[in-house]
Design a protein around this ligand. Structure first.
Ligand SMILES: Nc1ncnc2c1ncn2[C@@H]1O[C@H](COP(=O)(O)OP(=O)(O)OP(=O)(O)O)[C@@H](O)[C@H]1O
Ligand SMILES: [Mg+2]
Length: 290
């Protein structure tokens, strides 16, 4: 199945009218951007963002969520400030911090804005990665930024900051990842959710062609089959989720240009698995294919 990545007129229009957009999506894919599994995913993301809504990219590890955010930021020609959530994420890493500096030999307190304030005041995109890694009490600090108010009282300066036109939020979540907590309902409620699956078939083939060193069609076909078998095994609960990561698959493709494919797959995929049962399973799969 071949997908036409030409955006429909009304969507193209959303981009050109509001944002001086000149990159076409096709061109961005060619330059190594995100390859969507279907055109609807792209249309819905563009529609939501151009209407000022926040989007939440939800999907397994190595499915291209971060790549999609970057591609959208390129498409809208909006720079992107990023926050990487962890249990250590706090108000300062979101909003900024105060520091002592000198101004004409006088000591002054200066506020250094963090990613949230930067994206708001410049009217650009904010990318919040691994949004469910943060402690449950941290992200509600920016609830007002994420809803219709688009405003926050900066606790460090007491200034009321309102987002400039063009501000947009893209978050990513990897559900089921060890160490994550379920996303707070009020937070989830503030997003349009887009499921990001692993791409398969023709698209995966194109991606391997464009982003790895592998050129041999027959070998690429084998990797595409391996990937779809891995995805199926994950969905049946036979393997842990990261076994099917496209990131790991692309690594294996690259390595297989120099070392034998089986060894490449062992290094990039098999040896990351925790259980011997899983390793055996993938090895058997590989033996039947390669
Ligand atoms: N559909 C896709 N289009 C383009 N690149 C992809 C796609 N799927 C996976 N990749 C590639 O796989 C690698 C991992 O992608 P990315 O880092 O965006 O994944 P992720 O979903 O953000 O993973 P994580 O949850 O671990 O952060 C990148 O090299 C990316 O280019
Ligand atoms: Mg990511």
């Amino acid at each position: 199945m071949n997908i036409n990545y030409e955006l429909p007129e009304n969507i193209q229009h959303l981009l050109t009218e509001n944002k001086n957009q000149t990159n076409t999506f096709k061109e961005l894919i060619r330059q190594g951007g995100y390859m969507p599994p279907n055109i609807d995913l792209l249309i819905d993301a563009i529609t939501a963002l151009s209407m000022g809504k926040n989007i939440l990219l939800k999907g397994p590890t190595g499915a291209g969520k971060t790549k999609f955010a970057e591609t959208l930021s390129n498409l809208f020609k909006q720079p992107m400030f990023s926050v990487n959530c962890s249990v250590d994420l706090d108000a300062e890493s979101l909003l900024g911090f105060k520091t002592l500096t000198y101004q004409q030999e006088k000591q002054i307190i200066e506020f250094i804005p963090g990613p949230v304030i930067n994206a708001m005041t410049t009217g650009t995109f904010l990318y919040i990665d691994e949004v469910n890694m943060a402690k449950p009490e941290t992200l509600p600090l920016i609830n007002g930024v994420l809803d219709y108010r688009r405003t926050i009282t900066n606790p460090f300066t007491n200034e009321v900051v309102t987002a400039k036109e063009g501000f947009g939020v893209i978050a990513a979540i990897n559900e089921g990842y060890i160490g994550t907590v379920p996303l707070n309902e009020a937070l989830k409620n503030r997003f349009i959710v887009l499921e990001i699956p692993y791409i398969e078939g023709e698209q995966l083939k194109k991606l391997i062609h464009s982003s790895t060193k592998l050129t041999n069609d027959a070998t690429i076909d084998l990797f595409v089959r391996l990937s779809s078998d891995l995805i199926q095994a994950v969905s049946q609960g036979k393997l842990s989720e990261d076994a099917a990561s496209i990131r790991a698959l692309l690594d294996a493709c690259d390595l297989s240009m120099v070392i034998p494919p089986k060894r490449a797959i062992t290094r990039a995929i098999v040896d990351k698995l925790d259980e011997d049962r899983e390793k055996e399973f993938v090895k058997n799969l590989v033996d039947t294919l390669f």
